[in-house]
Design a protein around this ligand. Structure first.
Ligand code: NAP
Ligand code: G4F
Length: 324
């Protein structure tokens, strides 16, 4: 895609994460020049983007450091900014609530403020989440009131309203995608889908005995990250900025996830999985299922990968990795 003066430029924060890696691939396929914000760490965190590293322009920066955000925007001069960076693991938000708020809430305000000064015409995407709905009754849609149940959810509500507020205050093309859970073989190993797919692989290869999980009754609307990044891009292509729920509309319990995942390896999950009260959360989000009809009607978006296909892909990937 070109803008009249060369390719369109996109800056992705959180490019080393699950979604960042899929979004970078998607934008490169569309001819974008892709910049990624990468924070310093003691060892490289580029595993998920190793295969496209030579086509990316990585800029050093951190959502906690205002100056680094200004410099990154100044260098990239992006047409589109995708803010995917966050402390994104819900349990860590109880053990590190202030850090979570710094990165996941205030970090977004820092980035919006930098964007307003450096590149006010850039379009801005904020990675909002179904965790903002928390205990609100299902199905959740764009008009459902938020009732977050974790410091992570609280931080995301702040970031969500900051995005709305910059749109209303300054006319910034700033939108929030309220995405329900989405997974992939690149999912971090601490999240439940990947914890299960890795355990299935290891148990079937005799490398692990049993799997301890927390709440087996919680229900999530799980989609595939590859499908969901298409919606992020589509949200920045409209004439008028607008927030959307992005979800599959299907919900499953953690127990059902286990049944399907263990079946891929010919195992019965009830022989291997136990619930450990130490893994329960201080406050749970019991039931998430999204109504994405506005995204379907106005963005032309719908998911293509089913839950069963997602789980199979994740288990088969982990079987391959664990067999090496
Ligand atoms: P992820 O795999 O955990 O990736 C998070 C990314 O944020 C990583 O690249 C991480 O960098 C970066 N990051 C963390 N703190 C940072 C900081 N202070 N400064 C700069 N970068 C920082 O998350 P994901 O699953 O791809 O999710 C992407 C975004 O969507 C997140 O904002 C998440 O909260 C939100 N979201 C996710 C889902 C989902 O189901 N996946 C659903 C709704 C919303 P390092 O590699 O250095 O740690
Ligand atoms: O995989 P999870 O850790 O994801 P969670 O908490 O729903 O958050 C993810 O999705 C959000 C969108 O709704 C994102 F905003 C967020 O960044 C993240 O990507 O847990 C899913 C469910 C929970 O109900 C949890 O209590 O699985 C339950 N669960 C049961 N046993 C477990 C475990 N979760 C984890 N991580 N580990 C367990 O052993």
């Amino acid at each position: 895609m070109t803008s009249g003066q060369g390719p369109r430029r996109a800056l992705i924060t959180g490019i080393s994460g699950q979604d960042g890696s899929y979004l970078a691939e998607f934008l490169l396929e569309r001819g974008y020049q892709v910049f990624g914000l990468l924070r310093r760490s003691s060892s490289p965190r580029t595993e998920r983007i190793e295969h496209i590293l030579d086509r990316l322009e990585l800029l050093s920066g951190d959502l906690l450091d205002q100056g680094s955000l200004i410099r990154a925007l100044d260098e990239a001069q992006p047409h589109e900014v995708y803010n995917l960076a966050a402390q994104s693991f819900v349990p860590t938000s109880w053990t590190e609530p202030v850090f979570t708020a710094e990165a996941t809430a205030l970090g977004v305000m820092r980035l919006l403020e930098a964007l307003r000064h450096v590149c006010p015409d850039a379009r801005f995407y904020q990675a909002s989440t179904s965790e903002m709905f928390g205990s609100a009754p299902a199905p959740q849609h764009e008009g459902t009131p938020f009732h977050p149940r974790s410091p992570y959810g609280v931080a995301k509500v702040f970031a969500h309203w900051a995005t709305v507020n910059y749109r209303e205050s300054y006319g910034t093309y700033a939108v929030s995608g309220i995405l329900f859970n989405h997974e992939s073989p690149r999912r971090g190993p601490e999240f439940v889908t990947r914890k299960v797919s890795q355990a299935v692989a290891r148990i079937s290869l005799g490398k692990q005995k049993g799997l301890k999980l927390g709440n087996l009754q919680a229900r999530r609307d799980w989609g595939h990250a590859r499908d969901f990044v298409r919606a992020m891009w589509a949200m920045l292509q409209l004439d008028t900025p607008k927030d959307f729920v992005i979800a599959t509309g299907q919900t499953h319990t953690v127990g059902e996830l286990c049944r399907i995942a263990f079946e891929v390896a010919g195992l019965d999950w009830r022989d291997h999985v136990t619930s450990d009260s130490a893994l329960l959360r201080p406050a749970e989000v019991d039931h998430l299922v999204g109504d994405a009809k506005h995204a379907q009607n106005q963005l032309g978006w719908k998911p293509e990968i089913t839950f069963a296909q997602l789980v199979r892909e994740m288990v088969e990937n982990d079987l391959r990795l664990e067999s090496k």
